[in-house]
Design a protein. Sequence first.
Length: 305
Amino acid sequence: MTTNAVRESATAAVTGGGAGPGRSRARARRRTRSVIFHVFSVAVLVVILYPALWMLMSSFKPSNQIVGSVNLIPRHGSFDNYAHALQGIGGVSFWTFLANSLGLAVLSVVGVTLSCSVTAYAFSRIRFPGRGVFFACMIATLLLPFHIVVIPQYIMFNQLGMINTWWPLLLGKFLGADAFFVFLMVQFMRGLPSELDEAARMDGAGHARIFWSVILPLMRPALVTSAIFAFIWSWNDFFGPLLYLKTPTSYTMPLALRLYVDQTSSSDYGAQMAMAILAILPVVLFFLAFQRHLVRGVATQGLKG
């Protein structure tokens, strides 16, 4: 046994001695590639996060030190800008702008999750004449630029007397007109086993009962994903409220930010930066609260088959 051990040790030494320099060079190359990759990633991260960091630092500066200043860190930071932002502008309180944005975002989430889920169930589970044609027409609307339909929509809502109300911003949400969310939910429903519907139908359940008791509980990842996108898109929407909301008391947060910049008089950039930070916080908190559901929804989509 001693002789065999000596032979194995000698063989390992010879083999290791020959492969040692090659392995060292391979490790060095991997280490170099890893360092280059991480340096590049940090550089990209700095470029992406710099505007947000600049906005955060500017919210603590006086207005005359924001535009044209090369210093990122404020010399004498204060919370005066946040105090001015919370007081509101144009005689309208900050909390009014916040309530308007929050109301529109929440109602958009409710409308999208309800109407688009029902529409997706019809396209994925119910066979009716022209289903493929209607679905193709709905998908084709994703290719239609929004600016083409702005004028006809505005004329229609103006004739209906809905200008300066929330109806133009919410009506499409409750009518399943968002093709993106319908398509997302249709794709998710097509991954659910059809045997579930057949079993429920054998027990005497109709489409309403199947949708409410069988399909809807299994759609939580798709519903949460749609809710997150609907909330963020509604919260950040500027063009829609700019078209249909005319009085400052009905303005949302993006429109309120515009009020701080006046080309005919002095502009309060400090308060604008502070209000921008306050406007971002609800979106960040909403995403952090539901991000695990979003990741789970993506993971569930990847487990089909």
